[in-house]
Design a protein around this ligand. Structure first.
Ligand SMILES: [Mg+2]
Length: 278
């Protein structure tokens, strides 16, 4: 690549996009100092997007509070919580919400009522919980059987074979046919508008930044079919699969050193896969 900046080669990609949990950081935890400093270096070179099913508040506590950025670098950082149904970027002196595709009040009330009624009818509404069972993320409503902050051990024991979660998912899907009802974490059921996944967010991002698919590299830990990063790969975007943040850090360091990703590490689906799959 020509036109070296900062002494290194210019990058092959104009936008590098990361999943958050288990890609940039341990799930629900703050990013490590090494990952933070690599992100800062990367933001000197290219635009960076972070896309996750989580809320903006998680982006803030897990990532933003740990990055030492100039305003110019911050303007190159694009944040897509809840799979891109919300988009934030730095505007002058704050994180500006560019858009939010939230549920309307009636739709929201119907979803909350369906989940609570269903959980009670199925005997899944627990008395002992760690935080709220129902969480309103604006564009996503999440049921967590034991509450948002239940210990991992209790969550696992609640439904080791996933049948409880599946019963509630099926109950809600039948009553909310216009919405997407998915099994989330070990005890959770997520409801969003139909067709909202990380590919949805990526298409929005490409439109906003006026980039082509070829300009983008995506790094995530769940690129396997069925994983929540897979829809991005199915679009035909260059993807790199990682196993935890240390792996991601090594990839970013190599990207900064060489300007690209070694060819063997890039997973690329034919762009037609997406349309063929419907
Ligand atoms: Mg992940």
């Amino acid at each position: 690549m020509s036109d070296p900046r900062n002494g290194g080669p210019s990058l092959k990609y104009r936008l590098v996009t990361f999943d958050l949990d288990d890609t940039l950081a341990v799930s629900k935890s703050a990013i490590a100092p090494r990952m933070a400093s690599l992100l800062v270096r990367l933001l000197d070179e290219v635009k960076v997007c972070i896309i996750s099913g989580g809320r903006f508040e998680q982006f803030d506590t897990q990532v933003l509070q740990h990055l030492e950025l100039t305003d110019a670098a911050r303007e190159r950082l694009h944040l897509m919580p809840t799979c891109g149904t919300r988009y934030y970027r730095w505007e002058a002196d704050r994180w500006d919400l560019v858009y939010a595709e939230d549920f309307g009040p009636e739709e929201k009330a119907k979803i909350l009522d369906t989940l609570e009624t269903g959980a009670k009818e199925l005997g899944l509404w627990e008395d002992v919980t760690w935080g709220d069972i129902l969480e309103d993320r604006g564009s996503q409503i999440t049921f967590s059987a034991l509450g948002q902050s239940a210990p991992a051990e209790n969550k696992y024991k609640w439904d080791p074979d996933g049948t409880k979660k599946e019963r509630l998912r099926a109950y809600a899907a039948e009553r909310l046919p216009d919405l997407e009802v998915r099994g989330g974490g070990s005890t959770s059921v997520d409801i969003t508008k139909k067709g909202v996944d990380k590919a949805y967010g990526m298409r929005k991002m490409l439109g906003f930044l006026q980039l082509d698919q070829e300009d983008v590299l995506f790094i995530g830990d769940r690129l396997d079919p069925g994983g929540n990063d897979y829809p991005v790969k199915a679009m035909g975007i260059d993807c790199v699969a990682v196993h935890g943040w240390e792996d991601t850090a090594d990839r970013v360091a190599a990207l900064l050193d060489t300007g690209t990703v070694e060819e063997g590490a890039v997973e690329r689906a034919a762009a037609t896969d997406d349309s063929a799959a419907g």
